[in-house]
Design a protein around this ligand. Sequence first.
Ligand SMILES: [Mg+2]
Length: 313
Amino acid sequence: MQVLIADDDAVSRRMLARTLESWHYEVISACDGNEAWRLLQRDDAPQLAILDWMMPGMTGPAVCGALRRRQRDVYTYVLLLTARTEKQALIEGMESGADDYITKPFDAQELKVRLRAGLRILELQAQLVAAREALREQATRDPLTCLWNRYSILDILNREVNRANRDGTGLGVIMADLDHFKRVNDTYGHLAGDAVLRETARRMQAAVRSYDAVGRYGGEEFLIVLPGSGDSSAMQLAERLRETICAEPISIPEGSLRTTMSLGVTAWQRGVYPTPEMLLRAADMGLYRAKKHGRNQVEWVSLQRAGRTMHAR
Ligand SMILES: [Mg+2]
């Protein structure tokens, strides 16, 4: 466990460091408040800090106040080190957001138990954050495939459409559907169907770029959002997805089976300012055409074409 100590008095700093090291803490030293604050802002900053009260530059309570004003997931447990014993001063120090204090010269056993209390708090905090992350994961992911669920992928699409309309940096949208998936379920059962969906998801996820988003839109239907993509790169990616699905048979409990995928592709266009629905409709129209033309293929439909068809109906 790393611990940051900040004290402008070199002798007391070294003594504290030696004591902490004898308890197997990894010590990072700062010789004043400004240096402490700089170290605490780093991404890999220690979560445990012992700050002297009076220091040149920022005082211990000032560093603590700055820490608490910053909203971060990772909690920093702060112990103030003080020669002061007046009650009023202590209250001020604690009001800056410090968790505890210890008076100088410190008593080693007392410091030890106070640090242990700090570690317990940090552990509880980490558990809370992990529990919240798990809940968020449950709410946004499809449990079978671990892809984004329908709600989340639509949310991502919405955000990316707004961004594209604002920055004009492009956006590709793919609607994909496994061919004859009902047959898999009917012939081999739902366990096989689930295995096919999971493997399909894994292959798609491996084929897209890290900033693309793949979501399970419906049963065997997937929506893929490609930020920054133009027509040709969206088409290329769709073709890559098609190939990755049909290239190798998928293992199922009964052996393995070959499956294919049909895909409809569209892309954001300058001057159109499309809504998410317009992009969905065009990609869906492409998917429909790919199915109609014999499946296992990619079809492009432009926003204009989708719009014209819509008006003609
Ligand atoms: Mg001092």
